[in-house]
Design a protein around this ligand. Sequence first.
Ligand SMILES: [Zn+2]
Length: 271
Amino acid sequence: MAEWLSNLSGKLRNFGKSVTYSKSLTEELAEVLDPSDARVAIRPLGDDWLCPFTGKRVLAPAWNGSSLTLMKCKAITDHLTSQPELQKLGGRAQLKTFEELVQIAVNWRLSNSPNFKLAAPDGEWVCPYCLQKSSILLKNWDGSATDLDFFIPQAWKHLKDCAQYQQDPVSGAKSVQEIEASGGDRAKVSNLVENDPRFRICDAEGSWLCPYSARPVARINLKREPWGHELQQKIVDYVMSPDCPGKYSQYNVERTAGELKAVAAKKMATM
Ligand SMILES: [Zn+2]
């Protein structure tokens, strides 16, 4: 082969190689998306993916949530390849910080996730991480939701100081069922009524003795009604109502069973 021809064919071969070896945008971005990086597999609402480059929420119900399968999901690769700034930067694209991404994800949840929007019966928000009832009003007195613009900044004030949130902000939130079972005042009171013997004391007529006020409540009668779920719920309803002073002690009973029994017995003696 003539030398010039051999040179040309070599150049063409190299040209062909350089085309074959140039990485596609998805390949370049896949290299930046390190599967061991906590930022790459955040799901704000459970059926989606938080793009760590753009901070945009991408609907991706088909994705299984694993950082290893990201690039197999078409919704995700479609998003990545359609972003002008990513097309421009390719493998030089930068991920947002973990704090920025968490803030975006939690804002989505505060606006949309049922477990981030639970209120105690008095309308106050229950934190899905620590399960404590806050003093933040989520529901108005008439049951309508308060303005998100008001609620979200208040919730953030709590989250910044919430130890359980700090521990695992992305996946540390409890489910609706878990929150209802252990969080909020009603759950606390239900638990007390079921298990604390101080909620099972009555006077001679059977009138239930409220352990917060140490006064008998005639409309709840432990002698006429069997002790069970229905009666217990009646007591919970009473305790949660404005008639009961329980809320002023955060539903903690300060009197001992002995004191309460003595009150009940004295009541009997005066009759
Ligand atoms: Zn909390």
